[in-house]
Design a protein around this ligand. Structure first.
Ligand SMILES: Nc1nc2c(ncn2[C@@H]2O[C@H](COP(=O)(O)OP(=O)(O)OP(=O)(O)O)[C@@H](O)[C@H]2O)c(=O)[nH]1
Ligand SMILES: [Mg+2]
Length: 375
């Protein structure tokens, strides 16, 4: 079977670094990741793959490792796992800050963990039931803005929500992010699914993001027309029975679009959050530039353009509230990162000091021994 990688979003000429192909390697795209074992699609079909020793030696940071959606170079092996030798430059990526930090008493800095790569759209899913949470959606929008993919908000399980309530919730999100499509969908009744096809063109890649239980895998199965991903019932009131999907996988829909399912994430640590906040709230950042004082805190200063906009209604209270939450969160990520960096430096200094002390003691011992042997 010959697979044309262009159907999987590959556009060789426009991917920088592809001239490096040769030397018995072929391009491929990562379709699945379970711990250290990958699946990749290449011209010979889907193969299992592992990262090669050289790759391991050269990879310095977590984000150097392949993620689902990555285009890679593969040493093809017809009789066993093929070897991933290189990850090609990404055109988009979704990352989270990995706080998992501790390693045998040694504190790592926060590392960037790539969740998915090379997608065109980010579908942000949030359920219309009891878990409806505009702040969480805004957080995902911020991260998506930064990723290079275009965010689309999907309010899921529309069948569990009265029509009036549904319309008002769609409006709430549209007020927070006026330039982003917001659709309500239901996998049970099929509501809203037709409108989704505009964001599912052939060879384009879509990543599904959202908390556990919002219906990411259900949506993928519905769009694929078959049960590909495991779906488990949850108790809607408290979402009990969570974290069904435990790996990342990319599926090609009958229409040709590629959809990446991800496990629901408990915490979405924003990576490089500030830039994303500025993009989502560019109108507020512009208003702030018009304040009389450059260090205006937008609380009680005269000539505050933000306060004026809030008073005359041109800036919604909701958007302002979300902006403040974001600012606080990105400050938290930054301060935690700085704290861990500081702690790491401090531990390095202790190790250096101990080593020096040890070396000094050794020199003293040698001197004593020499003195003794002389006497
Ligand atoms: N009523 C209703 N239930 C839905 C809908 N979509 C999904 N569900 C249910 O929601 C529950 C969770 O769905 P999943 O698709 O497993 O959710 P998920 O987001 O993939 O969850 P994780 O894999 O844990 O991240 C299941 O019981 C689904 O049947 C919908 O449109 N309407
Ligand atoms: Mg799932």
């Amino acid at each position: 079977m010959f697979v044309n990688l262009i159907d999987y979003g590959y556009s060789g000429a426009s991917v920088p670094g592809v001239s490096a192909i040769g030397d018995g390697v072929i391009p491929a795209r990562i379709t699945e990741m379970r711990r250290d074992l990958y699946k990749a699609i290449c011209q010979y079909g889907e193969v299992t793959a592992v990262i090669t020793g050289t790759f391991l030696y050269e990879a310095q940071y977590q984000h150097d490792y392949p993620a689902v959606g990555d285009f890679v170079l593969l040493k093809y092996n017809a009789n066993g796992p093929s070897g991933i030798t290189e990850v090609l430059p990404r055109i988009s990526k979704f990352s989270r800050a990995d706080f998992s930090g501790h390693e045998e008493g040694y504190v790592k800095n926060i590392v960037e963990q790539v969740v998915a790569a090379n997608f065109d759209y980010v579908f942000i899913l949030c359920s219309l039931n009891f878990n409806f949470n505009p702040s969480r959606i805004a957080r995902y929008i911020t991260a998506s803005r930064r990723s290079g993919g275009a965010p689309v908000v999907l309010l899921t399980k529309a069948d569990l929500c009265a029509d009036l309530e549904r319309v008002s919730r769609v409006e709430t999100i549209q007020r927070i992010a006026p330039d982003i499509p917001v659709l309500s969908v239901s996998c049970v009744t099929g509501l809203g699914l037709d409108a989704l096809t505009a964001y599912l063109p052939p060879a384009k890649t879509i990543v599904l993001l959202g908390s556990s239980g919002v219906g990411k895998s259900s949506l993928l199965n519905t769009l694929a027309g078959e049960k590909i991903m495991e779906v488990k019932a949850i108790r809607e009131e408290d979402s009990k029975g969570r974290h069904t999907t435990s790996h990342r996988q990319m599926v090609r829909l009958p229409g040709g679009a590629l959809v990446i399912d991800t496990p629901g994430m408990r915490e979405l640590g924003l990576w490089d959050a500030d830039q994303g906040v500025n993009a989502l709230f560019s109108n507020i950042e512009e208003l702030a530039l018009q304040c009389r004082f450059s260090d205006c805190t937008h609380k009680s200063e005269p000539g505050c353009a933000v306060k004026a906009a809030l008073d005359n209604g041109s800036l919604s209270e909701e958007q302002w509230k979300h902006y403040l939450t974001h600012k606080k969160e990105s400050a938290f990520v930054e301060s935690k990162s700085a704290f861990l960096q500081h702690k790491k430096e401090w531990q390095k200094q202790i190790t250096r000091f101990n080593r020096k002390k040890h070396a000094g003691q050794q020199a003293d011992d040698e001197r004593d021994n020499k003195e003794l042997s002389k006497s």
